[in-house]
Ligand binder design. Structure first.
Ligand SMILES: [Cu+2]
Length: 374
């Protein structure tokens, strides 16, 4: 009788493990969704790839002002901020769980969450709930007036020790793998962006592109108290993203190549966090934290300071605009002192991302004509 019970219990445990493994295998839908939404982003960037180039060419043909005068606006006009795609790289209403990911590490982490952790948690919770209900119904004082005096059973004890060990090992393998990959340093020739957290805004310095600095403030909201005096209101430009997430100057980086982010703070501890890129790293005064960022496809990705840093902690969002390398170079030339140095050339030639191929054809003339201006 008792042995029969133990056998049932052991059977349940074994089935639970089998089920969680089966669920772990069925991870594909999550990745497919990512790919599907990703296409929207590249479509949006395709549109904006053509527009500025065509406009500039038209201006050139019209041939109004002198050569030198038309040269400067060309460099400045070659870049317009990208319009974000609704629901991509930003939180969505009623959203639960992890935001759709746009980096390989993020896909991996989301897979661990959706296909490994959640099924195991669900199965264990249901198993424990089932066992509790079973014990309450079958072994209460009325149903079972004479309780068993069994104190131990070697077989069941071995099983309920081994099965949790195997589950933990099964979780630990992908977790430790992810942890190691997250701290893999950027290759030596990767672009470096130095990020500084300030009360209450971010600054982005580009030492590889002439060491200019971008100061990034949250946009004010119409009808709400002014948070940053002198900064425009959200919605006043067609490319503005969500309120309290959009900034006046975004952090622009190339897509499809590794970027080395060196993060520090000027006053108190901040934290640079962008959920859809699986990126979070503390910004600590007097210390530089470094981590590689790799954004698979062009787009605008939003995040927020994630370390309580004072009165306006909630008002220092992060907006990252990832552009194909050619357009990134155009943006660099719009910055005071911005230059495309030799160090970036190998990375541009290697350009592995399939998503940027369309842009690569559209943009070269613009890059070539803009380069001498610097
Ligand atoms: Cu902060």
């Amino acid at each position: 009788m008792k042995l029969g019970n133990y056998a049932t219990k052991a059977g349940l445990a074994a089935r639970a493990l089998g089920l969680s493994l089966a669920l772990a295998v069925s991870a594909q839908p999550a990745l497919a969704t990512t790919a599907a939404t990703g296409e929207q982003v590249s479509v949006a960037s395709d549109e904006r790839a053509d527009v500025p180039v065509v406009e500039e060419m038209a201006e050139g043909v019209a041939g109004g002002p002198a050569d030198t005068a038309s040269e400067a606006p060309q460099a400045a006009g070659a870049y317009t901020p990208m319009t974000p795609t609704e629901g991509v790289g930003m939180p969505v209403d009623g959203g639960i769980g992890i935001q759709t990911q746009y980096s390989a590490l993020g896909d991996y982490a989301a897979w661990i969450h959706d296909a490994v952790l959640m099924p195991i948690i669900a199965v264990i919770s249901l198993l424990v709930l089932g066992l509790l209900i079973w014990v309450v119904v079958r072994y209460n004082r009325r149903a079972n007036p004479v309780p068993s005096k069994t104190s131990h059973n070697t077989v069941i004890e071995v099983i309920w020790t081994l099965v949790p060990v195997l589950i933990l090992v099964g979780i630990a393998i992908p977790s430790i793998d992810l942890l190691a990959k997250q701290y893999r340093p950027a290759p030596a020739d990767a672009l470096t962006v130095k990020i500084t957290g300030n009360q209450w805004y971010w600054t982005y310095a580009y030492p590889d592109n002439g060491d200019f600095e971008v100061i990034s403030y949250m946009l004010n909201e119409p009808g709400r108290p002014v948070v940053n005096a002198g900064v425009r209101e959200v919605g006043s430009e067609p490319w503005d993203g969500p309120a309290q997430m959009e900034v006046d100057n975004r952090m622009v980086v190339p897509a499809g190549e590794p970027v080395r982010l060196q993060i520090t703070a000027a006053d108190v501890i901040h934290s640079f966090a962008v959920p859809s890129l699986w990126f979070k790293l503390d910004a600590v005064p007097g210390r530089v934290n470094e981590k590689m960022l790799f954004i698979e496809r062009p787009g605008v990705y939003y995040g927020q300071c994630s370390e309580l840093c004072g009165a306006k902690h909630a008002f220092m969002p992060i907006a990252i605009e990832a552009l194909p390398r050619e357009q990134y170079n155009q943006w660099v030339l719009t910055q005071a002192g911005g230059m495309i140095d030799g160090q970036d050339e190998p990375a541009a030639a290697a350009e592995p991302a399939a998503a940027t191929e369309g842009e690569a054809e559209a943009a070269p003339e613009a890059t070539e004509s803009a380069a001498p201006a610097a």
